[in-house]
Design a protein around this ligand. Structure first.
Ligand SMILES: [Zn+2]
Length: 451
């Protein structure tokens, strides 16, 4: 198949089927919290206002009050994930690009060659499909980087993502960070912000003068009064580390001005003292770190054949130094990573096996940690928090992360934005528990209940 058609086919596969109109919800009834308690969750104006033991409080409208209630028996209610580092403009292009190599340099070359052939509509179709996949799996907030193009139409990627942001305004929060390369004049970055990008981004470690490029990008963010989200030290060995140059520059920024360092692979290859220095610098500068396990496990360490490094920063050491840490998926089925399911449960799973985090911490990095790095208000099933919630048919967080159950209901600001239940084959040998008889949401027992 011709590459362009292959990319459009891949994009169309992810589109359409899961689209739903936002539907307001007043109460989630009978859902299980992360700690095991089964509760009713009341929502007003997009915010959780009460969490009470299931069945102990009447719905606010009374038994016939016409409230919109989700019968969530058999489901967990969790904070909806946020994706703090995506590349929606590149997503789902693997089929069209198929790079001959598998390291960062080969991926960059393959992407640039393909990007020169695509227009705004092609980028928009893939980006929209990738964003919908994220929502369908539970993610209600995304920060996406987007490339500038060094040709006749440098802003086509920015325009494509602004369209996606407008089209999905009712179902997700989308932040756009513009990737400024050293070949891009500063006026091009200014034009990108004027066209709707939110943040200055870039990857200064691949520049010929990384210090000068880091300073230029911070200068631009200060001039334009935006936040900044850089790809920082996405390599394992070398003398061009930019972490401290970056942290020194933003340490004096006012609280609340977003400063994010993605990747930070280099920290993971430092000795203990070096890691402590890096963690201290990040903490003092209030820089949020985003680790991207799936892409950096794929890209990094290909030169080694024994004791191959993992390409991740030392996440536990960073957390112990009070650094804000989030995790994301980065690239999804593009030259930088040919796989990925646009599902935060996949990132959480990788944090457990590759960063040695426990279940709760792994989930925190793809939910609360991600929202904090993105400067979003906290969300979750607690009074006062925004009702960005993921209902997933599971008995515990271990089921969620290990099994990635397909049955999910996704709420953003108290409205259902995605809903999916799969065809189930009922096993007549497994009896439903008395209080879990089939309801408006017919259910099968969770694995936990059948043990
Ligand atoms: Zn990236």
């Amino acid at each position: 198949m011709e590459p362009r058609r292959a990319a459009q086919r891949d994009a169309q596969r992810g589109a359409g089927a899961e689209r739903v109109a936002p539907r307001h919800v007043d109460r989630i009834a009978g859902a299980r919290l992360q700690g095991g308690r089964v509760v009713d969750v009341d929502i007003v104006d997009g915010v959780v206002v009460a969490v009470t033991d299931a069945g102990t409080t009447p719905t606010r409208g009374g038994p016939t009050g016409g409230e919109s209630v989700i019968d969530a028996r058999g489901y967990m209610v969790l904070t909806a994930p946020a994706e703090p580092h995506a590349h929606l403009d590149k997503a789902l292009s693997w089929g069209a690009t198929r790079p001959p190599g598998c390291d960062l340099g080969a991926a960059i070359d393959a992407w640039r060659a393909y990007a020169a052939t695509v227009d705004e509509d092609e980028i928009h179709a893939r980006a929209l499909a990738a964003a919908r996949k994220l929502v369908a799996n539970g993610t209600t907030a995304v920060r996406s980087h987007v490339d500038l193009h060094d040709d006749h139409d440098p802003l086509r990627g920015v325009r494509a993502l602004v369209r996606v942001r407008d089209e999905l305004a009712g179902v997700m929060d989308l932040q756009i960070s513009v990737m400024v390369n050293e070949v891009d004049p500063s006026d091009r970055a200014r034009a990108a912000i004027a066209a709707g990008a939110d943040l200055i981004g870039g990857a200064p470690h691949i520049s010929t003068d990384p210090v000068a490029e880091t300073n230029r990008l911070v200068d631009l963010a200060e001039e334009l009064d935006t936040g900044i989200d850089l790809h920082v030290d996405e390599f394992l060995d070398g003398d061009h580390a930019m972490l401290e140059v970056f942290t020194d520059r933003v340490a004096t920024w006012p609280a609340g001005q977003i400063r994010t360092a993605g990747h930070c692979c280099r920290i993971g290859s430092l000795d203990g003292a070096g890691q402590s220095r890096a963690a201290g610098a990040l903490s003092r500068a209030d820089v949020g770190v985003v680790t991207l396990p799936i892409t950096n496990l794929y890209l990094q360490g290909r030169a080694g054949c024994t004791s191959v490094p993992r390409g991740l920063p030392p996440v536990r050491a960073l957390l112990e130094t009070d650094v804000t840490v989030a995790a994301g998926a980065d690239n999804v089925r593009d030259p930088f990573n040919p796989v990925g399911r646009s599902d935060a449960t996949e990132t959480a799973m990788l944090l457990i096996v590759a960063a040695h985090l426990d279940m709760d911490t792994a989930w925190q990095l793809v939910t609360g940690g991600a929202r904090e790095v993105m400067g979003l208000p906290p969300a979750g099933p607690s009074p006062g928090l925004r009702a960005d919630l993921l209902l997933v048919r599971a008995g515990g967080l271990d089921d969620v992360i290990a099994d990635a159950p397909p049955d999910r209901i996704v709420l953003r600001a108290g409205c259902v934005v995605a809903e999916r239940e799969v065809l189930v084959v009922v096993d007549p040998g497994v009896a439903l528990l008395d209080d879990q008889a089939p309801t408006t949401h017919p259910r099968t027992p969770t694995y936990e209940e059948t043990r």
